[in-house]
Write a protein that binds this ligand. Structure first.
Ligand SMILES: C[S@@+](CC[C@H](N)C(=O)[O-])C[C@H]1O[C@@H](n2cnc3c(N)ncnc32)[C@H](O)[C@@H]1O
Length: 506
């Protein structure tokens, strides 16, 4: 049983129900796709291969490949029962050891490469010590070893689709693959960044829970390559109502937009590349050692994550709001604190020894954990340093949002016990000097225009849907102007419109 489960993970094994494969090929037929060659590169039990052979009886050739012998046998028998064996080349083989560029170069056009590639990531394969990986997995700047050790990660389907598109270059072909939507996006983004001409791109969303029993956004990615005008948009539809456009992804300015129409409607809010805005979105403090650096006040005193009571001076101690508290509006909780050992990234930390001897002793006692922080960012920096630190960290008021949560809700955070509240590195914020300024920004950020503009860049199924970069694309002054609040904003920031050229950039 365990072995079976392991194999399922290793081969990313989610066999497509026949009903879904038939629906997908019917859709392709309505899109005027009439292949001369059908290719199913990881055909499993053959549902796509069989459906495509039935839907396109005039295709001259078909190739089906599958690594697992049991599935290969089933697929082979199913294909043989269609009585078209003379045009089908079935191989039990490994996708990664197959010369696809040669096959594609020799196959009659147009080609249809169709299927449902494995649903597994490089780090899952690494954990299983599986060899079901591309031989050279130096991919998208992830070194193979990093992927295997889990330091960096990518979906095997992403690797397969990107390489299939590369091998199809110069040919008339359609790639139609069932994948997670996040994989589809990465493949499209890669193709667009590389300038590969896609003459058509669409995603037809499916209910992955219903068909595969998994909770993931997934769909049929359809990309046409070959002659024709290239596109940088990709319509999103539901496979069940393929005529109704939900929204369009787009590649613009080197960015992938989730909703082109919303972006176009609110383009006026886009911060120009050289526009020095009053505000710059910042992220919270990163320390990678919460057990030591974060303390909770309870009746016995300050306690660290090891459950030890700690004696430190107040000098380096700041109230903290974690991302979950920001997201859930629990702004009043005053019990958590963070040791912030610097005010700028380059600050020496050994001054703590004399400025706050108890704090220094505490850090030294836990030096093994702090010195052992894995990230390379700590290596050449002062001992016990933190990251994401600057004047902005200590601004008294902040308008903040947690990057991990799936809602565009900003919170106003004010000082506590006379000290600025700091946030962790899952939180992004704009710095403000007064409550009035923060309240005004929060109101502006809650307008439909700001929400739609920001949402046009956000992919809600991403691990961290909201980023400082996305927030930084919004021109706060343009937003204030749109709502007749620019003069008020300038007054609150003690600036005049003429002074805008020297931004405060907190
Ligand atoms: C998500 S399943 C889909 C199967 C089939 N395409 C379908 O739509 O039903 C992925 C398939 O890829 C096969 N597979 C995994 N790694 C492979 C490899 N290296 N070469 C060929 N097939 C592979 C698995 O055995 C499995 O049948």
């Amino acid at each position: 049983m365990i072995r079976q489960d392991t194999r399922k993970v290793e081969f990313g094994d989610f066999q497509t129900p026949d009903e879904l494969a038939s629906q997908a090929v019917r859709l392709l037929a309505t899109r005027k796709i009439a292949p001369a060659t059908i290719v199913e590169p990881t055909c499993g039990r053959g549902s796509f291969l069989v459906a495509a052979l039935k839907q396109f009886p005039h295709s001259g050739a078909a190739i089906g490949l599958e690594i697992q012998p049991d599935y290969f046998k089933v697929a082979h028998e199913r294909v043989m029962s269609l009585h078209c064996s003379q045009r089908v080349d079935m191989r039990q083989a490994d996708f990664f050891r197959f010369d696809w560029s040669k096959i594609f170069a020799e196959a009659p056009e147009p080609l249809l490469v169709i299927g449902n590639p494995p649903w597994v990531t490089a780090s899952q394969l690494g954990a299983l010590e599986s060899g079901n990986l591309p031989r050279k997995s130096n991919f998208q700047n992830h070194r193979g070893l990093d992927a295997v050790t889990g330091k960096s990660n990518f979906d095997i389907a992403e690797w397969m689709l990107i390489h299939l598109l590369e091998w199809l270059k110069g040919r008339e072909a359609v790639l139609a693959m069932l994948v997670k939507t996040s994989v589809a996006r990465k493949v499209l983004c890669h193709a667009w960044k590389q300038g590969w001409p896609l003459v058509e791109a669409a995603i037809y969303a499916i209910d992955a829970g219903r068909f595969f029993g998994v909770s993931a956004d997934a769909g049929l990615l359809v990309c046409r390559v070959g002659k024709g005008q290239s596109v940088t948009r990709c319509g999103i539809y539901d496979l069940d109502s393929p005529e109704t456009l939900r929204q369009s992804l787009a590649f613009h300015n080197g960015w992938l937009l989730s909703d082109w129409d919303a972006f176009e409607r609110h383009q006026v809010l886009l911060r120009g590349p050289h526009h020095a805005s009053l505000y710059r979105s910042r992220s919270g403090v990163k320390h990678d050692c919460s057990k030591v650096m974060e303390l909770t006040r309870n009746p016995g005193g300050l306690m660290n994550g090891h459950g030890q009571i700690v004696t430190v001076e107040p000098d380096y101690l700041y109230p903290i709001l974690k991302g979950s508290a920001v997201a859930n509006g629990r702004k009043k909780r005053a019990s958590k604190y963070m040791l912030v050992t610097q005010t700028q990234t380059g600050d020496p930390t050994n001054v703590i020894r004399t400025a706050a001897p108890n704090t220094w002793t505490y850090l030294t006692i836990h030096s093994k954990e702090l010195d052992g922080r894995g990230s390379s960012i700590y290596r050449t920096r002062p001992r016990f340093c933190v990251f994401g630190i600057g004047e902005y960290t200590f601004s008294p008021w902040k308008v903040a949002i947690c990057g991990l949560y799936k809602r565009l809700e900003f919170s106003v955070i004010g000082p506590r016990d006379g000290k600025p509240v700091v946030v962790d590195d899952t939180v992004y914020f704009l710095s403000c000097q007064s409550k009035e300024e923060a309240d005004l920004l929060a109101v502006l950020l809650d307008t439909p225009e700001a929400r739609e503009f920001l949402a046009s860049f956000i992919f809600w199924d991403a691990k961290r849907p909201i980023t400082a970069e996305i927030l930084g694309r919004l021109d706060m002054e343009a937003l204030a102007k749109m709502h007749g609040k620019l003069a008020r904003l300038m007054t609150l920031t003690k600036r005049t419109t003429a002074m805008k050229a020297q931004p405060r950039l907190l």
